[in-house]
Ligand binder design. Structure first.
Ligand SMILES: Cc1ncc(COP(=O)(O)O)c(C=O)c1O
Length: 427
C-alpha cells in the first residue's frame, strides 16, 4: 500500500525530540523561541509567533482585530473548514466567494463581496500555490471608504482597526510555507500570514502553527508579538519560562486569554524540519511533482496542477483604473499534486478513486467544498453559487507527495491512475 502523506520521521527527528525531553524543559521555552526566530528570518519578517495550530493561531488574529457579531469575513468556498470555522467561533459571518481555475480565491469575487461589514479577507494558498495576496491587499485598500472600524476597541492600549483603517488580510498559508510571490517568501506580503505544521504538511511539528506579522506602519511588531504571546497564554503577564526563574513567581492576568502555545517538543521537530527544508524537502517534492507532470502532460484526459504562474499575465486592474497591473510570479511550495480528470463527473471521479484504492494506492480530494458539508449547507450556502469551486472539486484527485516516496512508487501511482481512468471512463 502506498500511503498518501506520512511524515518524515528519521533519527535526526528522534534525536532532537529526545534531547528536548532530556533537557528538563518540554513546554514553551528556548527551542520554541529559536524556532520563531528562524521562521521570521526565513519569511523575511520582524516577528513570528509559533502556536499549537493554524486554527487557533488564526482565531487569535480575528479576536485581536476585534472581529465579532455583525462583521463579515470573506473566505473562498474551496478550502478546509478551518478557514470558515474560526469566523463562526468569533460570532462573525463567513462570506464565501468562488475560486479561479488554479483553485485560489477569485480577486474579482472578493472585490464584489466587500461591504461596510467586511473586517477581514482570508485568501487560501490551496495546495501550496499562493493566492493573489498582493491584489487582495489592493482591493482592501481601495475599499477603505467602506470600512467601519469599531471605535471602542482597545487592544494593549491601541485600536488595530483604527490603525489599519481597512479590512485585514489574513493569509491562510497552511499549505504554502516556502512558496514565493515575486521571489519573496510567503509570510512577507499579507498583513498576517498563518502557517500550519500539522502532521501532513510540508514542514511538520506533529501539530502546530505560526503567525508571521507584516503589518504596515504605524504597527509595532514587538508590541503585536507581545500581545499575541499574552493572548495565547491566558492573558498572563509572564510565560512559564519567565515564571520559572528563581524568585520570579508573581504574575498578573490582564484579560481572559486563550491557551494555544507551542511546546519545545514540537519546536524540536520544527527546527530539524526547517534545517533541511530548502535543501531536501522542497527539491524532493518538486522532483516528484515534475515526475507526475511528465507522466500526465501529453494526455488530454488530464489537467496538470499549477505550480508556477509565470507572472506575464496582466491582471485586471483591482482599482477599476485603466492601467492593467502586472502580476508577480507565484511559485508553489509543492504541497499537493492536485490532478484533474478533464471530463470526469463527480461520480466518475469517485469511481476512479475506488479503482485506484483497489490498486493499493491512497489518494485524496482537496477539498470537499464547504457548501457541500452538512453544517455549511444548513447555513444557506448553496453550491450552485460557486460554479468554479464545484467544477474543480468534482474532477480533482490529490496524488501522494512526500519525501520518502520513491521514483518507483511514483511509477506505481501513475500506472494505477491511468488504469483506473480507463476502467471508469473507458479510454
Ligand atoms: C487550507 C487549510 N487551512 C487551515 C488548516 C488548519 O490547520 P491546522 O490543522 O494547523 O489547524 C488546514 C489543515 O489542513 C488547511 O488545509
Amino acid at each position: 500500500m502506498i500511503p498518501f502523506s506520512p511524515p518524515r520521521i528519521d533519527d535526526h527527528i528522534v534525536k532532537a525530540v529526545e534531547e528536548a525531553l532530556r533537557s528538563g524543559w518540554i513546554t514553551t521555552g528556548p527551542r520554541t523561541k529559536e524556532f520563531e526566530r528562524r521562521l521570521a528570518a526565513y519569511c523575511g519578517v520582524d516577528r513570528v509567533i509559533a502556536l499549537n495550530s493554524w486554527t487557533n493561531a488564526a482565531e487569535l488574529v480575528l479576536r485581536w482585530y476585534g472581529v465579532g457579531p455583525g462583521d463579515e469575513v470573506i473566505v473562498p468556498a474551496y478550502t478546509y473548514c478551518a478557514t470558515a470555522n474560526i469566523v463562526m467561533h468569533v460570532g462573525a459571518k463567513p462570506v464565501m466567494v468562488d475560486v479561479l481555475d488554479d483553485f485560489t480565491i477569485d480577486p474579482e469575487a472578493v472585490r464584489k463581496a466587500m461591504t461596510v461589514r467586511t473586517k477581514c479577507i482570508i485568501p487560501v494558498d490551496v495546495g501550496g500555490l499562493p493566492a493573489r495576496v498582493d491584489e487582495i491587499i489592493r482591493i482592501a485598500m481601495h475599499a477603505c471608504h467602506l470600512f467601519t472600524p469599531k471605535v471602542n476597541l482597545r487592544v494593549a492600549g491601541s485600536n488595530p482597526q483604527m490603525r489599519l483603517g481597512r479590512a485585514l488580510v489574513l493569509s491562510d498559508a497552511a499549505h504554502s510555507f516556502g512558496a514565493t510571490i515575486g521571489g519573496r517568501p510567503v509570510g512577507s506580503q499579507a498583513d498576517i500570514t498563518g502557517f500550519s505544521f500539522h502532521a501532513v504538511k510540508n514542514l511538520t511539528t506533529a501539530e502546530g502553527g505560526a503567525l508571521a506579522f507584516k503589518l504596515p506602519e504605524p504597527f509595532d511588531h514587538e508590541e503585536v508579538y507581545a500581545y499575541f504571546n499574552t493572548l495565547s497564554l491566558h492573558g498572563q503577564s509572564k510565560d512559564a519560562l519567565a515564571k520559572n526563574q528563581p524568585g520570579d513567581w508573581r504574575y498578573d492576568v490582564a484579560f481572559p486569554g486563550y491557551k494555544c502555545n507551542m511546546t519545545d517538543l514540537q519546536a524540536a521537530i520544527g527546527l530539524v524540519e526547517l534545517d533541511r527544508y530548502d535543501n531536501e524537502t522542497i527539491p524532493r517534492r518538486r522532483a516528484i511533482c515534475e515526475r507526475y507532470n511528465r507522466a500526465f502532460k501529453d494526455d488530454a484526459r488530464f489537467m496538470l496542477p499549477v505550480f508556477e504562474s509565470k507572472g506575464d499575465q496582466p491582471a485586471a486592474p483591482a482599482t477599476g483604473g485603466s492601467k492593467p497591473l502586472t502580476q508577480p510570479a507565484y511559485r508553489s511550495s509543492y504541497h499537493l499534486y492536485m490532478l484533474r480528470i478533464a471530463k470526469a463527473t463527480e461520480e466518475q471521479r469517485d469511481a476512479i478513486i475506488a479503482a485506484i484504492a483497489k490498486r493499493e494506492v491512497s489518494v485524496n480530494v482537496h477539498f470537499i467544498p464547504m457548501p457541500m458539508l452538512s453544517f455549511y449547507k444548513s447555513q444557506g450556502y448553496p453550491i450552485a453559487d460557486f460554479p468554479s469551486t464545484y467544477r474543480q472539486y468534482s474532477r480533482e484527485i490529490s496524488l501522494p507527495v512526500y519525501y520518502d516516496l520513491t521514483d518507483q512508487q511514483v511509477g506505481v501511482v501513475v500506472k494505477a491512475v491511468k488504469e483506473a481512468v480507463v476502467e471508469v471512463m473507458g479510454a
